[in-house]
Design a protein around this ligand. Sequence first.
Ligand code: 13P
Length: 247
Amino acid sequence: MSINKRQPFVAGNWKMNGSLDLVKDFNEKLAGFSTNTEVVICAPATLTHAFNQNGFSVGAQNVSHLDNGAHTGELSVGMLKEAGCGYVIVGHSERREDQGESNALVALKAKKCIENDLVPIICVGESLEIREAGEVESFVGQQLKAITDILSIEELAKTVIAYEPIWAIGTGKTASPAQAQQVHEFIRGYFSKIDAELAEGLRLLYGGSVKPDNARTLFAQQDVDGGLIGGASLKAEDFISICQAAN
Ligand code: 13P
């Protein structure tokens, strides 16, 4: 799996949705899907083995930071790879909130992925409360710092970062293209202080109520390299149209 410099990237996050029937539908409708965009479907781990990966790749939505062993209910990097995954979403706000995942734990998960040739799609993003308090950059900066504290430049270059403002997730309240660009520029700037070449090559995705009718203007922003798509990734036609918008 090679990652080209700033090749557009669109990932679907099925969350706790989907079935073998939906996988079959995607296998048929995306068959041979050819685009300049790297396309990934992050499905429940019980389904990933069933995708034919014809024209797209497959990822999971979480992974353990630990090795195989006595950790009931967890899934390791090796297990996900056997189930066909090349990517994993880590640190989604729903897991940070529902499972209390800390910045430090998210960073450990990202590191585990890189060490085992899985691409982590690392999620960051603020709540409405933090936005209204004018603290977006300090909050997102803290989330990034946990990762840059333990990953080397070479490791960071193998990640994908997704900016997902919590107030835009599943609400239909998409960030405006200007709001998305502003935070993406901050994120790229954060990485450029570590290494200019790293920052230039890093793919930054926007997530939060991306739909076929708003994808193109969001993806047209200078520092937006694609999207992480929730609800609209559950319908093959919508997902394909969003992937085409990233070209
Ligand atoms: P929606 O596209 O449903 O807002 O979800 C975004 C998301 O959380 C993707 O990870």
